[in-house]
Design a protein around this ligand. Structure first.
Ligand SMILES: Cc1cc2nc3c(=O)[nH]c(=O)nc-3n(C[C@H](O)[C@H](O)[C@H](O)COP(=O)(O)O)c2cc1C
Length: 172
């Protein structure tokens, strides 16, 4: 017997997983920069250095991400929720609103991010209504900034509460 899955309820249940927030960037064949907000980022392997992110087939930039040779993942820092919103919903030139520089592959890296990963595409596996885009990390950088959090449709910042609780665990 097949279980009836309610898509809204499933999305809500998936959303109870606390994540960070990234902006994934690439270049179209005509040179235009594209990017979207994603929380499907996962580290995959240290040796070789691999990561993945899942672009949805509904994205205006899906064809670019499914076929790109290079892309970058920018882990947003606390306070960068405006940037997350721009790359999730602004329909104009997203890069005109956000300070950025270019990596070795001419792909955009967002200034002030908690970390950047410049990648060469290893595989893009179409999977349901998304694809699994796996990249090999060619270069990366990390700042001292804490990452922006996301849970149940809302952005959050890590508070001293969490740090204190971890402190207690470490002492027991
Ligand atoms: C916090 C957050 C996380 C998201 N994660 C993903 C994701 O992992 N994959 C995805 O395809 N879309 C994700 N989205 C939705 C896309 O960011 C959004 O649909 C996209 O930017 C729309 O771009 P477009 O107008 O170019 O199609 C996320 C949105 C938000 C706000």
């Amino acid at each position: 017997m097949t279980l009836q899955i309610n898509p809204q309820e499933l999305r809500s249940a998936f959303g109870s997983f606390l994540t960070g927030v990234t902006v994934v960037t690439a270049r179209r064949d005509d040179g235009a920069m594209v990017g979207f907000t994603a929380n499907s980022f996962t580290s995959v392997s240290i040796d070789p250095p691999l990561l993945l992110v899942c672009p949805g087939k509904f994205l205006s930039s899906y064809a670019t991400f499914a076929a790109c040779t290079h892309f970058a993942v920018n882990i947003l820092a606390q306070g960068q929720q405006d940037i997350a919103n721009i790359f999730a919903s602004y329909k104009g030139d997203r890069f005109a609103r956000v300070a950025h520089r270019l990596d070795r592959h001419e792909v955009a890296l967002i200034e002030g991010a908690a970390a950047h990963f410049s990648c060469t595409r290893v595989q893009a596996l179409p999977m349901g209504d998304h694809c699994i885009l796996i990249g090999r990390v060619d270069d990366f950088s990390q700042s001292n900034c804490a990452g922006l959090g996301y849970h149940a449709g809302q952005y959050f910042r890590i508070g001293f509460d969490g740090v204190a609780r971890q402190d207690v665990l470490e002492r027991t």
